[in-house]
Write a protein that binds this ligand. Sequence first.
Ligand code: C5P
Length: 222
Amino acid sequence: ESAPVLAIDGPGGAGKGTISCLMAEHLGWHLLDSGALYRLTAFAANKHAVALDDEARLAELAKALDVSFPIEQGQPLTVLEGENVGQAIRNEQVGEWASRVAAIPEVRTALLQRQRDFCQPPGLVADGRDMGTVVFPKAPLKVFLTASAEERARRRHLQLQEAGVDANLSSLLKEIQARDARDTQRSVAPLKPADDAVLLDTTRLSIPEVVEQLTDWLAQRG
Ligand code: C5P
């Protein structure tokens, strides 16, 4: 690794996206939203009518993914084949497809180097499930962010409401629990804290409190 990495792993809805973006801004580091790569692979499969169990073709899609993350007016965009799909990939349906696609070893291998290429000076904040365990095992600080499933469902619900999307809290909770189960039980790169990760339960913490804690840890270790 050519630059320091802050690895932020954890289950869906723990606040990784928000926290990673704030930390990257605060540090002036690059940002990798690795979940977006799995979402994009699933989204591209749907677009090109590739079945979610066609492992060989899914791996090819992942390898050839024509994607970039340009920043426009301070907001990171997700551009797939020339089209901004930032909104289109961030819903529960694509999240569900993504967690299926992410359980395929060939897909994970196809995306590995692409993720490592994001590690450029002055540093990288990497958000995902296996940043500390597989992709950046030498990261000087690995954080595992969690929150209760109920709290994560509540946050997702709020986020969707703010985006004007109608969602049902109890079905969100069920979806979160199903995704947790698939992500933790898969045989390749399952969701789990790295041995040297620090755990942070954010159930009762505000966003600024989490940012402050990570900044302190980074100052101690970085
Ligand atoms: O974080 P996000 O909800 O966007 O991730 C979508 C899905 O992609 C996750 O449920 C997980 O199955 C998969 N993923 C993964 N490894 C990562 C990031 C995401 O398997 N590093």
